[in-house]
Design a protein around this ligand. Sequence first.
Ligand SMILES: [Zn+2]
Length: 353
Amino acid sequence: MTSQTHGLVCAHHHLYSSLARGMPAGGVAADFLAILKTVWWRLDIALDLDIIYWSAALGAAEAVMSGTTAIIDHHESPTAIEGSLDAIAAGCALVGVRTNLCYGVTDRWGNDQSLMPVGTTPQSMTDGARRGLQECDRYLSTGATGMVGVHAAFTCSDETLEAAADLALRHNTGVHIHVAEGDADANASMRLQSLASESWLLAHCVYLDQDMPGTIVHNARSNMNNAVGYAYPAKKNNRIVLGTDGIGADMQEEARLAYARLRESDISQTPDTVWQWLQNAEQIFPEVCKDTVTWNYGDIDSPWHSAFTTTSAVSDVAIGGVPIVVDSQLVSCDLGEIRAKAAEATQRLFGRL
Ligand SMILES: [Zn+2]
């Protein structure tokens, strides 16, 4: 027995994290901010365009083999900004996955390359943020699908937040931003309220204390991994979609975990709630309706079956009618080469940490 669905969407990914698995530890983190400093801000500053390309290709290959045909990525590489979105697009094009890309601007690195002091808010736009906005502007001007990225309100000046919102308006798109992921960003909604619109993509929203417009991306596994608390998306009025925050792109798996976490907080909930979040992604990435995913399980489109079938697997994927996975094998490109090149890039990356 098999069944077929549309392509799935990972609505918040960080493809540059594909090579982070197994990275040298930077010490035991005491809280979420420490995780950012000892893992992600240490990693992103060591990226170069070649590493970004192979990281994207590996992440895209793993995504499509899980039935995910569209990736909404949020990227940061402070020492390799210009051309970074082209590198991600090329890595994903090698595999054949659909993308929506952005560069996530931030003022956390001052013009003298010092990290902003804890507990302070940057006062004006830095050179790094200006270059990040230019990268978004350049990429969107080519006609490619994307958004304007912002890391998070707490690492940005008001000047940068306003410029990002303005740039998104000019390109008729939204801003893709982490919102209230940890308590350090708890006042995000206050600072973003007057800028946000329904076209914005709001990742996490764990500490969101007032309504704000936009689609909320729930990242259940990442939130649990970072111990930031439960976002309780079912209590929010916004459209909810699912992301992985860079921990792979297996959306059936992510939905199962999101269901378990939801149910832990409310026994009256059913899997329909979470499978609706999975379906909602077709509203923000409708092209996936042209994609087909064949599963080795006959009732994958039943929420009650999917929630409790941990062995469902993808056999075939076609994107826009083009076969990408056939009999569980990637046929659009050489997976062995991607893995080998990604491993080489990983060695170079880890050597810089
Ligand atoms: Zn994220």
